[in-house]
Ligand binder design. Structure first.
Ligand code: HH2
Length: 280
């Protein structure tokens, strides 16, 4: 059984996975930077993703691509809060805030967000764990070595699968000790965050080994450079179909949430794979 319980929600993900649609309110995100920096455009995009079938909107105001410039807290708030407020006033769809800053997470929850998605796994900001534990939000705990500024310098693991898995186990234990029960947490291997192509491919192939304590796994590979490296093409449009292939593979191998830019085709891939899994 795979349940994700937070706030008033009890999401049964055992047989049906979720699509997390990406809303980047940034000038510099790697695949769509600048397209939705304007509040109106971001809200329009968010509503379009809901119409395509997004179960969760992941709204972020700071790019985490390798080498991205950090964003001041006030600027990040200015980007995301109006979008969260506007989306919340128009829909009940779950909203996650993609941030590394505790103050942004707190303000986003107050504005109507339901989930904190922190790519540092609640390690980046010393206040984040307290904010997360004191809230009733769902929490995405992602694995990353270093920071977005340093992570791709020279990623090294003796055994990437074992190390990410034991990091998940330790993290869940520590969070529980700090008052954050595992049932509120989903785990994410952090594709592209302090990992080489080989590390990313190994983690994807060995996904079932990363399943810890029945916590749902979230996978974020949408349009990422691992695809460009395999296909020897830097063109962003060459990354759309391979993303769908990876979503299907991930769902077949146990992932329950996929974080994607292109909601409709990835959602269809999940439904198709789930039909196969249930027939088996
Ligand atoms: N990837 C990105 C951002 N946030 N969160 C989770 N949980 N997992 C991921 O894999 C993940 C994430 C990077 O993608 P994107 O938001 O499209 O780009 P950028 O960080 O440049 O805005």
């Amino acid at each position: 059984m795979q349940h994700w319980r937070f706030g008033s929600h009890d999401l049964d993900l055992t047989d049906r996975g979720l699509i997390m649609g990406i809303v980047n309110v940034t000038p510099d995100s790697f695949s769509d930077g600048g397209r939705y920096l304007d509040t109106g455009r971001a809200v329009e995009h968010a509503l379009a993703l809901i119409a395509e079938g997004a179960d969760i909107l992941d709204i972020g105001g700071e790019s985490t691509r390798p080498g991205a410039e950090p964003v001041e807290e006030a600027e990040e708030l200015r980007r995301v809060l109006p979008v969260i407020r506007a989306v919340r006033s128009q829909t009940q769809t779950l909203i996650s805030i993609d941030t590394m800053k505790a103050a942004v997470a707190r303000a986003a929850l107050d504005a109507g967000a339901d989930i904190i998605n922190d790519v540092t796994g609640l390690r980046g900001d010393a206040a984040m764990l307290r904010v997360a534990a004191a809230s009733s939000a769902g929490i995405v705990v992602m694995h990353m070595t270093g920071t977005p500024q340093t992570m791709q310098a020279n990623p090294h693991y003796d055994d990437v699968v074992t190390e990410v898995r034991s990091w998940f186990e330790n993290r869940l234990q520590l969070l529980e000790k700090e008052g954050l029960p595992p049932e509120r947490v989903v785990l994410d291997p952090g594709f592209g965050f302090g990992k080489t192509l080989e590390h990313n491919l190994t983690l994807m192939r060995e996904l079932p080994q990363l399943s810890v304590s029945d916590r749902p796994l979230l996978v974020g590979v949408s349009r990422k450079s691992m695809i460009a490296k395999v296909l020897h093409s830097e063109a962003m449009e060459d990354r759309f179909w391979p993303t769908i292939a990876l979503s299907a593979y991930a769902r077949e191998h146990g992932a329950r949430i996929v974080r994607v830019h292109d909601v409709k085709p990835n959602r269809e891939a999940l439904r198709m794979i789930e039909a196969l899994l249930q027939a088996a």
